[in-house]
Design a protein around this ligand. Sequence first.
Ligand code: DP6
Length: 355
Amino acid sequence: MSHKTIEIGWKAPANIALIKYWGKREEQLPENGSLSITLDRSVTTTRISFREKINETDELSLEYYFHGQRHPAFEGKILKLLHRLKLEMPFISYYQMVITSENNFPHSAGIASSASSMAALALCLTSMEEQVSGSKMSKDDFYRRASGIARLGSGSASRSVYGGVVTWGEIPFMANSSDYFATPYPLKKQSRLHQIRDIILVVSTTEKPIPSSTGHAMMVDHPYREGRRVQAKSNLAKMTTAIEADNFRLIAEIAENEALSLHALLMTSLPAGLLLQPNTLGILAEIKLFRESTGMDLFFTIDAGPNVHLIYYEEQREQVVPFVQERLLPYCENGLWIDDKIGTGPLLITPEIVH
Ligand code: DP6
């Protein structure tokens, strides 16, 4: 038996949903289909090093470091996922594992760090599976498996294993779509969405008072649950039509409707969740004014927090950046913003045999 230590590393990006996943059932299955754009620069880098255990216990053996420090809260989250995975990936019980992880964007900056971190971890575990079993999966099977595992860690993470535009959830008119894993959206070569950029306006870096998991749970008895399902379905169908037609105005209208609906659902939950802040609304009003006065193609979206994503085309960057600097940064915490764009997806750093 060999007891060498092998290290595998993956970089996985965050994503921003234009059609929001909100509400789930059973084992992390979504109540509705969602669609997101994978980001480029906001990434988590995760490395897993593993070595066969000397004594044969099937207790999980994990040390977890976040930015070089042990992090009991995150370690607990990962252990929970690994316990869930014991049936599907029995090999994890037979290895000592050390996982290190780093985000290159501020924690709680309004970018779902659980999406990039769970996607990076799932990719590491899937690569580890290939290494220990000695058999390589096809590319499609590999990413699909990683997406399903990422989903168990965090729903939105299922989408972060792919670049470009990605959907998750069974969608009647989309081949290969599933509630169990995400699917890359076949964006046309000439689609203008390849040029899309995202400026993240950080209104607050304070930890959000309502974790997404609590928000999803509030949908179970929500008075508008059925209405939300109907709305999401219709918005997703309209969104794909708009994407096919490169109709930015329609994409903008639906994405903004999704963002505001998400917050309306939060506000009408019991107990109510109010995550928008005065500065969030200030930014939305400025974006609307700017759009009306310039006629430019740009829109906002917001996740379950106060921070705003401003989505626009690369070709408008020269006008948009000065607008952001002059009009929007005063609403941001310490003027913090993140300059990102659509990205090509995760990257394998490299598997290494350490010793
Ligand atoms: C508002 O994926 O963070 O960002 O599955 O409980 O980890 P869990 O939730 P999470 O929810 C994300 C919700 C959202 C919308 C979206 O990304 O689709």
